[in-house]
Design a protein around this ligand. Structure first.
Ligand SMILES: C[S@@+](CC[C@H](N)C(=O)[O-])C[C@H]1O[C@@H](n2cnc3c(N)ncnc32)[C@H](O)[C@@H]1O
Length: 249
């Protein structure tokens, strides 16, 4: 991450919120490790949910590497597994990329559907299988979901119910922001909780948050200015209860 995103390993110090956020960022980044020797396949390792997770990366598209937002969301899921108990919960991840969030949610007991564009599914399936086989209560599924396309056909409203929709770094410079909003809208029932880690980059994409709020109530769970990442919880308008008192970032 330090090369790709200018993230330094900052030690947790001090009591004010920004120092604490830096401390958590350092803790999150310590979950990542690299192969000791160069191998023919590029991979990265992560420690989450009591497991060593190995993610094979490709280099040719956005979904082929693990993005920092995914680490933020994984860390949140692991450290808040009491308040957000995922055991036997139906979870869908959109824009899953290499699959880290889906893998961690599965290791925490959820019944996960990891989705992305068709060209990403081979590597996604490989990572999901390699890291969850015989380790999870519920074996995860990998399925195509191109935002806005064939939603009712592939995810019929009458039979699909998700307790959680998870998304890490799905808003950036791409032409499918309308379709992304449509997808959230299609998948989200009245009791569905959206956990969304948003990396802020350019203003145009950031306006998406405002559009998102026309359909959903949004609550900031945690904020990491050094990463330009905010972790949000969202629900359909009027469905959000008061914030639980003891959330850890
Ligand atoms: C920046 S990557 C984030 C990947 C992963 N969530 C992470 O944080 O490591 C964005 C992801 O959105 C997916 N994506 C982009 N446009 C999409 C679309 N129209 N339909 C479905 N997925 C899309 C990409 O394939 C990619 O996996």
């Amino acid at each position: 991450l330090s090369n790709r995103d200018g993230i330094q390993d900052i030690k947790p110090t001090g009591k004010n919120p920004s120092d604490r956020a830096l401390g958590v960022v350092a803790e999150i980044m310590r979950r990542r490790f690299f192969p000791a020797h160069i191998t023919h396949k590029a991979w990265e390792g992560f420690h989450f949910a009591g497991h060593e997770i190995r993610i094979t990366e490709a280099t040719d598209c956005y979904g082929a590497v693990v993005w920092p937002s995914a680490l933020v969301l994984c860390y949140f899921l692991e450290t808040n597994s009491k308040q957000y108990n995922l055991v036997d919960k139906n979870v869908i991840e959109i824009g899953a990329g290499t699959g880290l969030v889906s893998i961690v949610a599965s290791l925490l007991g959820a019944l996960v559907t990891a989705t992305d564009l068709p060209e990403l599914l081979g590597n996604l399936q490989h990572n999901v299988l390699q890291n969850t086989k015989l380790k999870c209560k519920n074996q995860p599924h990998v399925k195509e979901l191109s935002w806005g396309i064939d939603l009712e056909k592939n995810f019929p409203r009458s039979s699909c119910h998700f307790d959680y929709i998870m998304a890490a770094d799905v808003v950036y410079h791409h032409p499918f922001l309308d379709e992304l909003l449509l997808t959230f809208d299609h998948l989200c029932k009245n009791d569905t909780v959206i956990l969304w880690a948003m990396r802020f980059r350019l203003d145009k994409e950031n306006q998406f948050v405002g559009r998102f709020q026309t359909l959903f109530d949004l609550e900031v769970i945690s904020n990491f200015p050094s990463l330009n990442i905010t972790l949000y919880k969202a629900m359909r308008k009027g469905r959000m209860k008061a914030r639980p008192s003891k959330l850890t970032v």
